[in-house]
Write a protein that binds this ligand. Structure first.
Ligand code: AMP
Ligand code: ZN
Length: 466
């Protein structure tokens, strides 16, 4: 697989540090609000990367943090008259719900900054010992960028001179140089605080990711991801802290997704041009949002509009129809060798799997991977009829479920759901046999209320998701 590495600005062959294992970290949400569709992009992208790496046989350990202490958390908690911890609890629960509706699996670990204060303090002490951090005496501790001059800026391709000329020190900061950044912040009135060697205070933002990445994944990891806005200063600072402490490379492959835009402007909470995933959920199945987010390459900018979501929904519907067709055909399949058309489909299924892998191997080209799924659907529609050879329909089914599964699309119908729908369909077949049209229509309406559409075909009833 090739991955575009932000550090080298090149697509590179992906070789994990340890054969067969991948250690990856993605910067997660600050939990002071519901997340918006822009935030959803990295969640969906890195979930898909993880699924694909697993499909390629890697054992993946995936860490995604919750930032549960920062200025925004404190402000919002004060506004609402709740503790920062309570605020975090609420929006972490909401994260899990919204992420699940987007088909985003929970990471292996979701560490929270405030549960890792000891690790954070230890890391800052290590930086102090290495001469890379200084305490100001008022409870703050800063990273000393001057002592790290030569290595600072390599991810974002900037040097300290340029950065310093454009920066200034805010009045309430007692730091030595403009690009120095807070590792620890002394307590201000009304703020939550933890004991530390520098007095009561709380961690700065960047340090949590260094500390938690090292704790769960080790000093050097394979992949670190996030949105492009994190390249500078967040990831630059993570590198300075981590490599400054250990002297070892922190990350082998840096991956950054492009922005989700509204009218060519980044969707963001501060600009107010955002739609939370909660809002959108009232109108659209979030699976359509996942489809939309995967319809473009993850590094390209992507413009949000309702039409785009509608288009994604239509494409997703075509996938569901294909799944239901295949499921229906499998039920009536016959154990016989494939005929010529069916044999051609079996080859097409192989070919689509290969195309899918090639697309995903090319820096996670999900757009082309979706194309490979539609090619398979086209071939299956041509080749398969009721009474088709089992080996042919199975080949198409297996390829289809494999590919959609890697993209986290097309949910398998739940067993419970299946059994109930099955019972209704059987009851309806009986009603029709008895020419009890009223009952047959009643059951059709009941299925509809459950989100299934039933059609009467020459081969019997055909059920699909609405
Ligand atoms: P935050 O909660 O703001 O720290 O953001 C969580 C994740 O969402 C980070 O990886 C950000 O880079 C990413 N992100 C924020 N806004 C956008 C956007 N408009 N498009 C794509 N990614 C974004
Ligand atoms: Zn981070």
């Amino acid at each position: 697989m090739k991955i575009f590495n932000t550090m080298t600005r090149k697509k590179e062959e992906f070789v994990p540090l340890e054969p067969g294992k991948v250690k990856m970290y993605a910067c997660g949400p600050t939990v002071y609000n519901y997340f918006h569709i822009g935030n959803a992009r990295p969640f969906v992208v890195f979930d898909t990367l993880r699924r694909y790496l697993e499909h390629r046989g890697y054992a993946v350990t995936f860490v995604q943090n919750f930032t549960d202490i920062d200025d925004k958390m404190i402000r919002r908690a004060n506004e609402e008259g709740v503790s920062v911890r309570e605020l975090a609890e609420r929006f972490i629960a909401a994260y899990y719900e919204d992420a699940a509706a987007l088909g985003v699996r929970p990471a292996t670990v979701h560490p929270r900054a405030t549960d890792h204060i000891a690790e954070i303090i230890a890391l800052i002490q290590k930086l102090e010992a290495n001469g890379l951090a200084y305490a100001t005496g008022n409870g703050d501790v800063y990273f000393d960028t001057q002592k790290y001059r030569n290595a600072y800026g390599k991810l974002s391709g900037q040097n300290l001179d340029d950065l310093e000329s454009g920066a200034r020190i805010e009045v309430d900061e007692i730091k030595r140089y403009p690009m120095d950044f807070a590792l620890w912040k002394g307590q201000k009135p009304g703020e939550p605080a933890w004991d530390s060697p520098w007095g009561k205070g709380r961690p700065g933002w960047h340090i949590e990711c260094s500390a938690m990445s090292m704790k769960y994944l080790g000093e050097t990891i394979d992949i670190h991801g996030g949105g492009q806005d994190l390249i500078f200063p967040h990831h630059e600072n993570e590198i300075a802290q981590s490599e400054g402490a250990t002297g070892k490379p922190f990350v082998r492959y840096w991956m950054h997704n492009g922005f989700l835009n509204v009218d060519n402007q980044k969707m963001s909470k501060s600009l107010g041009n955002f739609f939370t995933v909660r809002d959108i959920r009232e109108q659209y199945d979030l699976e359509a949002v996942r489809m939309f987010l995967l319809s473009a390459h993850y590094r390209s900018p992507l413009n949000f509009s309702r039409e785009q979501i509608e288009q994604a929904k239509a494409a997703l519907d075509r996938m569901y129809t294909a799944r239901d067709n295949l499921a229906f055909l499998r039920e009536g399949a016959v154990d016989r060798p494939a005929d010529e058309t069916e044999a051609a489909l079996m080859e097409a299924a192989e070919a689509s799997l290969k195309k899918f892998d090639e697309a995903m191997d090319d820096d996670l080209n999900t757009a082309d991977a979706i194309g490979a799924i539609f090619e398979l659907i086209k071939h299956a529609n041509i080749a398969l009829k009721p009474g088709c050879a089992r080996e042919a329909v199975d080949a198409a089914w297996n390829a289809f479920t494999e590919m959609t599964g890697v993209l986290g699309l097309v949910k398998p119908a739940s067993k419970e759901d299946d059994a109930e729908v099955d019972a209704l369909v059987k009851a309806r077949a009986q009603a029709r046999k008895e020419k009890n049209w009223k009952e047959s229509d009643r059951i059709r309406d009941e299925l509809k209320a459950r989100g299934y559409i039933v059609e009467d075909t020459a081969a019997g009833q055909k059920v699909r998701k609405a």
